[in-house]
Design a binder for this molecule. Sequence first.
Ligand SMILES: NC(=O)c1ccc[n+]([C@@H]2O[C@H](COP(=O)([O-])OP(=O)(O)OC[C@H]3O[C@@H](n4cnc5c(N)ncnc54)[C@H](OP(=O)(O)O)[C@@H]3O)[C@@H](O)[C@H]2O)c1
Length: 267
Amino acid sequence: MTDRLFQGQTALVVSASRGMGYAIAAELARQGASVALTARDEDALRTAAKTIREDTGARVLPLTAHSREKGDRRAAVDAVMDTFGRLDLLVYTTGINPALDTPAIDLDLDCCRRMFDTNVVAALGYVQLAWRAWMRDHGGSVLMMGSAASTGVFRMPAYSATKAALHRLTEDLADQLAPRVRVNALAPAFVRTGFMDAITSLPEDTIAASYPLGRTGDTEDVAHAAAYLLSPRASWITGVTLPVDGGKSVAAITHNRPHPPPEQPVH
Ligand SMILES: NC(=O)c1ccc[n+]([C@@H]2O[C@H](COP(=O)([O-])OP(=O)(O)OC[C@H]3O[C@@H](n4cnc5c(N)ncnc54)[C@H](OP(=O)(O)O)[C@@H]3O)[C@@H](O)[C@H]2O)c1
C-alpha cells in the first residue's frame, strides 16, 4: 500500500514533462500531493499531466514555463497559489549541459553563463518566489536536482561547476531558511533518460559495469529518494546532498590504468 505522506499538500515540480522530474511528480501525486508541473513543450507537458492524473487521481496542473525566464517563474508560482492556495514542496530539476564535454579551456563563456543561469540562478529565483508566496509563513520543503558530476572530474567542466554551485547554494539556503523550510539536494549518477543519452557515448553495459551496484539508475530510484527527503520522515535533515548513484562515489580507484587522453570517451 502506498503511504500518503503528502496528503493535503501542494508540490511545484519544475521541469517535469519527462525524466526524473516526471517520476518525482508522479511519486508525490501517488503519495497524496496536488502537483503542478512545468516544462517548455506544452503538448508533452499536457500529456504528462494527464497520465499522472489518470494514474493517481491527484489534481495536476501543467504550466508552460521556461525556467530561465523570470516572468515565467513568477507566473508559475502565481498559478500554483491561485489554483491550490498553497505551496508546500518545491522541486527544482532543470539542468542543461549544452557544453557537453568541451574542455574548460575551449568553453564558450556565453554558454557557461546560460548554464549557470539555468542550473543555479533560476533555482534560487524559484526558491525566493516560493518563500514569499507561502513558505516564509507556513513552512515547506525544497529539493534541488544536483549531480554526482559536482565532485571529482567527469570531464564536463561547465556542467560540474554549475552543479557544485547548486550544492553549495543548498547548504546556505538550508541555514538561512531554517527552521521553517528544509532544503536538500540529490546527486544522481547516470540515470536512464534522454539527458543521459545526450552525454554518453560508451555502451550501456560498459557504463553499468563501472557501478558497484552493477547498473545505471532508473528514474524511480531518484523519485523514491526525492519523496523521502521532501517528506516529514526527513524532518531532521536539511542542507544535505544525497548521492543516488549505485555506489559510484565509493567505487574503488584503480591505479593500474594509464591516464586516458582527452579525446577518449570517459562516459
Ligand atoms: N539523467 C542523468 O543521468 C542525470 C544525472 C545527474 C543529474 N541529472 C540532472 O537531472 C535533471 C533532470 O534530468 P533528466 O535526466 O530527468 O532530463 P530529461 O529526461 O531530459 O528531462 C528534462 C526535463 O526538463 C525540461 N526542461 C529542459 N529545459 C528546460 C527549461 N529551460 N525550462 C523548463 N523546463 C526545461 C524538459 O522539458 P522541455 O524540453 O519541454 O522544457 C523535461 O521535462 C537535470 O538537472 C540534470 O542535470 C541528470
